[in-house]
Design a protein around this ligand. Structure first.
Ligand SMILES: C[S@@+](CC[C@H](N)C(=O)[O-])C[C@H]1O[C@@H](n2cnc3c(N)ncnc32)[C@H](O)[C@@H]1O
Length: 200
């Protein structure tokens, strides 16, 4: 009989068919950009893709939950990972690119603005902020994702509405360069590619 943990591991291999990693990856430019940070990177699969297809000099990740296996894989690939529930570990550090993929809907509503403002501070002026999350529309797909997270993450999620997030970014010091939405399998996704303004 397949153990629940090994079933979850097997299902993770299907993630590229359910999540538009390719779109996110294709929009990350790194002509002069050297440092990337992935917030809530889980098993670091996205940073491993970055390592393979882009040429950043420094790759870092943070998550509240990092397994020993992930630590070992990251070490072998020169990826620096932190297990923490606070972005304060980065102190005054700034990154050329900060990514937040499928994390916001896992953050409690009352903590979300503090969390996102913490992420904003980590982006260098002129740097990129990439947010990809689950869309709360269409309702059927939002419900399917809610059920997915109830089963696999044992969490009742809180969608960060696309329009609300877009307005919030635009009222902060970010310009939205590209936005998009896509349904893949049962799941409805949105993404926002932003640049932090450079103070005059
Ligand atoms: C759906 S998974 C996404 C993982 C990865 N970004 C990906 O796309 O494969 C959500 C991740 O967010 C992490 N997470 C939730 N709250 C967090 C927080 N406050 N700070 C950092 N990571 C967090 C979880 O531990 C989990 O690994």
């Amino acid at each position: 009989m397949i153990k629940p943990n090994s079933l979850i591991e097997q299902l993770k291999t299907l993630r590229p068919f359910m999540c538009p990693f390719d779109i996110v990856l294709s929009h990350i430019t790194n002509t002069n950009e050297k440092k990337i940070l992935d917030i809530g990177g889980g098993d670091c699969s996205f940073l491993l893709l970055i390592n393979k297809y882009k040429n950043f000099k420094s790759l870092s990740g943070i998550d509240i939950n990092i397994s020993e296996k992930t630590f070992n894989i990251c070490k072998a690939n020169n990826i620096c990972v932190y297990k923490s529930n606070s972005l304060d570990v980065f102190n005054q550090e700034k990154y050329d690119v900060v990514t937040i993929i499928d994390v916001l809907h896992h953050i409690k509503i009352e903590e979300r603005i503090y969390f996102i403002q913490g992420a904003f501070k980590l982006v260098k002026p002129g740097g990129q902020l990439v947010i990809k999350d689950m869309n709360d529309r269409p309702i059927f797909h939002a419900l399917m994702n809610r059920i997915h997270d109830l089963i696999f993450a044992r969490e009742s999620i809180n969608y960060f509405n696309f329009k609300e997030l877009e307005n919030y970014l635009e009222s902060s010091d970010f310009n939205i360069i590209k936005r998009g939405k896509k349904i893949m399998f049962f799941y409805s996704h949105y993404w926002l590619f932003c640049r932090k303004q450079i103070p005059e």
